[in-house]
Design a protein around this ligand. Structure first.
Ligand SMILES: [Zn+2]
Length: 264
């Protein structure tokens, strides 16, 4: 059974787990230069602030729910291009970094979190914010030739060539999950399940089929299930040439999540 809940807004305190106080004040008060707004990709408004708070709050809520139920999902979020003091690429607050730290500060201080970012774009903001944090592991598998063109250093990065197919992708993912397993003892997984590696995506440059996308999701869910790790998922990007194909991929991910949730 799936239960839908309204996304709560992240508080100032929670946002400050991952962001600079002066950046938060500038966002709240609408003091962003036109250059900063262009970098984010949409204009400032009060609604934009509220939307960004709730998008981050939903990942926190999903994370806390996953502790009880195994898997929980934010139907937005995955805003991984947001830096500590700068928004970028449609991302204002970094929900993954905020939620990982919220678990540590509000639930258990020793909780170790693996962020598995399979959106086709590198999780540069997440990597930057968490660079010196050994308690949170950042893994990003992305298109090497895609935005952001200046990559940051995650704990584990894999940049894929254009036109990457299912087989190449799934083998690479398996290797990365093996490495994650060797290098980090996670208590919790945050999964960014971007739909943009799909072949129907306008921006993705990769060639994963719908079936390959399902196998990708299964590999991550299986990794978490085998270790009985709670998993919070966010949707991240998706820019289908046909919007219906993006909806289809996201929907498939939710269906797969539900199948795995029932095994916890
Ligand atoms: Zn993306």
């Amino acid at each position: 059974m799936v239960e839908l809940a309204e996304a709560p807004a992240a508080s100032d305190t929670q946002i400050l787990y991952a962001h600079d106080p002066s950046y938060l004040v500038n966002i709240i008060e609408g003091r962003l230069s036109s250059k900063e707004q262009r970098e984010i990709g949409f204009p400032w408004s009060e609604k934009m602030v509220e939307r960004s708070r709730r998008s981050a709050g939903a990942t926190i809520a999903a994370a806390k729910t996953a502790l009880e139920e195994g898997i929980a999902v934010n139907l937005a979020g995955g805003t991984h291009h947001a830096y500590r003091d700068m928004g970028s690429g449609f991302c204002v607050f970094n929900d993954s970094a905020i939620a990982a730290r919220a678990l540590q500060k509000e639930v258990h201080p020793n909780l170790k979190v693996a962020i598995i970012d399979l959106d086709v774009h590198q999780g540069n903001g997440t990597a930057s914010i968490l660079k010196n944090d050994a308690s949170i592991f950042t893994l990003s598998i992305h298109g090497e030739n895609n935005f952001p063109f200046k990559k940051e250093e995650s704990d584990l990065d894999l940049g894929l060539a254009d036109e990457c197919d299912d087989n190449t992708y799934l083998i690479a993912l398996e290797k990365c999950l093996d490495q994650l397993n060797t290098r980090f003892k996670a208590d919790f997984v945050i999964y960014l399940a971007g739909a943009d590696p799909h072949e129907g995506d306008r921006l993705g440059r990769l060639k994963l089929t719908k079936n390959g996308m399902r196998q990708r999701d299964e590999a991550v869910f299986q990794y978490a299930l085998d270790r009985k790790l709670p998993l919070a998922m966010s949707m991240a990007g998706g820019y289908g040439k046909e919007i219906a194909s993006t909806v289809d991929i996201h929907f498939q991910t939710i269906q797969t999540a539900l199948q795995y949730q029932q095994q916890y």
